[in-house]
Design a protein around this ligand. Structure first.
Ligand code: PLP
Length: 383
């Protein structure tokens, strides 16, 4: 059976070019970048090259890029690091209404340390409620975290407007933007967004798992999470994941180079998938009017829980997601879906189709037809 993989928001396959770039660093080029002999020097040069690749894509100097063990660590470092470094100046932290668990849970850790953590609200169109956001910003706000694109429903948030409000109303606050789902589809340059730092993750853009980065607009002032040999500007100690970093640099370069053309194609594929959903009685795309990622379609299908639909789709070789990958194993309801106003019954009935540069029109036809078949069968059984 051919597999149609439509869960790219969870992870993407490694691109052949990325594999070719990183392979030597798993074999002969195994040096430690801190070593002084030629093997080490070459490893350091390759890490430096990857840093340059991120620097060109994000329009910040290479010395403003810190590699981490992934998106989760990058988000944790930004949230915990910025707030802890500023604790003498204020204790107020504002978090977006639908942040990934790695931001939400890091903020919860700050609350346990004595910070006052508030959550922003969503507007009826699914975007940030900017009035509420403005009201919650204060002179003692030290950190604001607001993602650019949502991993569960694909909303693209008005981050530039939010950044203007932060600069006007919370002058000492740092603005951190989680761009893990947005990179490759949207401009994520910190200066363009008005952000102090943005986070990326390699495995969402056909790079390897276990490598990510924080890119800073200016010289970073934050408290590290990991102490040791002073690697990564002294902000993230530990021997670098050279192969991962090299693959990440390559993936970022390709994603940025091909962005425009990929986005155009994704818009067409998304529109086709939405046509399938429109022909299904009772089903609706979770799109309330705010801008959307072209790669993601979240669909509410009332006839059966998402788990059941996923299982039936799986049997036809179509792999999709429900909720965010990191939460799917838990039985917890998605705070993002609840923030969008869905009730518990509805929140358990949301399927996520997510595409990538490699997704084809044929795959969308197969997945769309399978969705109609499965949903109609279940409707016939459950009414
Ligand atoms: N932020 C968002 C929006 C995500 O979707 C994810 C992963 O799904 C992460 C952060 C965490 O990234 P990683 O899987 O690299 O830890």
């Amino acid at each position: 059976m051919t597999i149609v993989y439509l869960d790219h928001a969870a992870t993407t396959p490694l691109s052949p070019a990325v594999r070719a770039a990183l392979q030597p660093h798993l074999d002969a080029e195994f040096g430690n970048p801190s070593s002084r002999h030629p093997l080490g020097v070459r490893a350091a040069e390759h890490v430096a090259r990857a840093r340059e690749q991120l620097s060109r894509a994000l329009l910040v100097p290479a010395r403003r890029i810190v590699f981490t063990s992934g998106g989760t660590e990058a988000c944790n470092l930004a949230v915990l690091g910025f707030a802890r470094a500023a604790r003498a100046h204020g204790r107020h932290v504002l978090i977006g209404a639908s942040e990934h668990a790695c931001v939400r849970e890091a903020a919860a850790a700050l609350a346990r340390e004595g910070f006052e953590v508030e959550h922003a609200r969503l507007a009826p169109n699914g975007d940030i409620d900017l009035d509420d956001f403005a009201l919650k910003l204060r002179a003692d706000t030290v950190l604001v975290a607001q993602m650019l694109a949502n991993n569960e429903v694909g909303t693209v948030y008005s981050v530039r407007r939010a950044a203007q409000l932060v600069r006007a109303r919370a002058k000492q606050a740092k603005l951190f933007v989680d761009c893990v789902q947005a990179f490759g589809k949207l401009d994520c340059a910190p200066h363009e967004l008005g952000a102090d730092a943005v986070a990326l993750s390699a495995h969402k853009l056909h790079g390897p798992k276990g490598v990510g980065a924080l890119a800073f607009a200016d010289e970073p002032r934050l408290t590290p999470l990991v102490y040791g040999g002073g690697q990564e500007l002294g902000l993230r100690a530990g021997t670098e994941n050279v192969a991962g970093i090299v693959g990440f640099g390559c993936a970022v370069e390709i994603a940025e180079r091909e962005r425009e053309q990929v986005v155009e194609r994704l818009h067409e594929l998304r529109a086709r998938l939405c046509e399938f959903v429109a022909s299904l009685r009772g089903a609706r795309v979770l799109d309330r009017g705010a801008a959307q990622l072209p790669s993601l379609v979240a669909v509410l299908i009332p006839s059966a829980p998402a788990e059941v639909l996923m299982h039936h789709l799986e049997q036809r070789g179509v792999y999709v997601g429900s909720g965010s990958a990191c939460q799917a194993s838990k039985n917890a309801l998605s705070p993002t879906l609840l923030a969008l106003g869905l009730n518990e019954h509805e929140a358990r009935r949301v399927l996520r189709f997510s595409m990538a540069a490699t997704t084809t029109r044929d795959e969308i036809e197969v997945a769309g037809a399978a969705l109609l078949e499965v949903a109609r069968e279940l409707q016939a059984v459950h009414g």
